[in-house]
Design a protein around this ligand. Sequence first.
Ligand SMILES: [Fe+2]
Length: 496
Amino acid sequence: MSATAVSPPSQPFPQAFPQPFPQQSPSAWHTPLAQPAQEFPTTPLRILSGQVPAGLQGAYYQNGTGRLARGGEPVGHWFDGDGAILRVGFGEGKVTGTYRYVQTAGYRAESAAHKFLYGNYGMRYPGPLWEHMAKILKGTSIKNSANTSVLALPDKLLALWEGGNPHSLNLESLETLGQESLGWLKSGQPFSAHPLQDPLSGEIYNIGVNAQCDLAIYRCDAACHLIKKAVIPLKDVPLVHSFVMAGPYLVFLISPVKINLLPLLFNQQSYADSIEWRAERGTKIIVVDRESLEIVSQGRTDPWFQWHYGNGCVDADGNVRLDFARFDDFTHINQVLREVPTGKVKTVAHGKLHQLRINPKTGQVLSNECVIDRHCEFPQVPASQVGQPWNVTYLIMHRDGAATGQDWFGTLGRFDYASDTLTTVDLGEGYYGSEPLYVADRMSPERGWLLAVVYNSHETQSELWIFDAQAIAEPVCRLALPSLIPLGFHGTWRAA
Ligand SMILES: [Fe+2]
């Protein structure tokens, strides 16, 4: 294990963001994003309603962008914010919350300078061109924001970001230990934000797309020691956000995006602005053998863009089945994500849950069906079902009738493939949700709970809501968080 210490000694709380809420936000959902979130030390959480299920024993972690401005200047894209981690610990009759920024080198440097010093996914390098070129050569032109997801290993928590190394944190205190090589990653080597763990073997799979658009596939043991690595050249495709496990296969749906290198190299465009949608190429399908990491088949189908899959498996007929949130293209959803930090989302881009069936031997698409014809994202399944046959996909959706991007996710969804039934629970007017994470009950593993951070705009308060996953309805428990937590990206659970 090789954590390079970059973190200063633990800082006293509260930290350096004394601005009071609320600042004027153009949309009710935007308030938690309008000012930098304040860290809080491990604090007992107040129960607002219901009871904490006794079978919830462990820790919930969620990563997201804690601050979206610096020195009065806004970021260029939601993905540009500095990563901050929420931990909610359950056990021994207590529930506590902790929230801390990931102390990346970039976060610390920009905090000291009170201004942006790096380029980012949606931001150009702020200095002169010669400086930009010199930093490209050193691999330091773009900030590792450590803001996308988390992976709980036996001895550390990893804060994940798609473009570089993870950062390791203390599992309890969330103190940043440093940029993490895992003993085999080179400095700056991408270790992406959507690893998948095989529930049967415990092996962890992940990917990384480098500056040359090579897709690396990593097969690791349960402690993230590398077992095997393979590389698939993607020529000019710079963005593969996630992938899916399906029995003995890994499946990649490569959306038709292309990087334009010259404007990126000469700092005329940000990374996000350099990505071009090329619908005529269609979506490329790559099926990989999970043990050898060799390509089994490749295919091509209609163009679309997806960030996230729900799950995949091999059905009794030997074919792969998987589901994902499908967008018509990259351009519109990327524009929505640019607009999120402003609170004025004018662009419409709806993700819709689709189920795809593929012959893994040929890469041929057998069917592609829209399962939920309504805006939804962050599809989820229980960790015990990853890559295995499953029936229920959970997700977050827009409220019924929401017409444009002005609204935010306000409905929890449970789609049951066995009965072809969508069950929803409306969070209520003025309540805004995030990714629902399925957590197995410690004492009755056939039961489960859905945990989601919800922003309550009536009380200007962030809350953690707990739902019964089998029959989603009113939350069984609502917990108040000590301060506002921006609606984040992805979470994980570590059983006690
Ligand atoms: Fe993601």
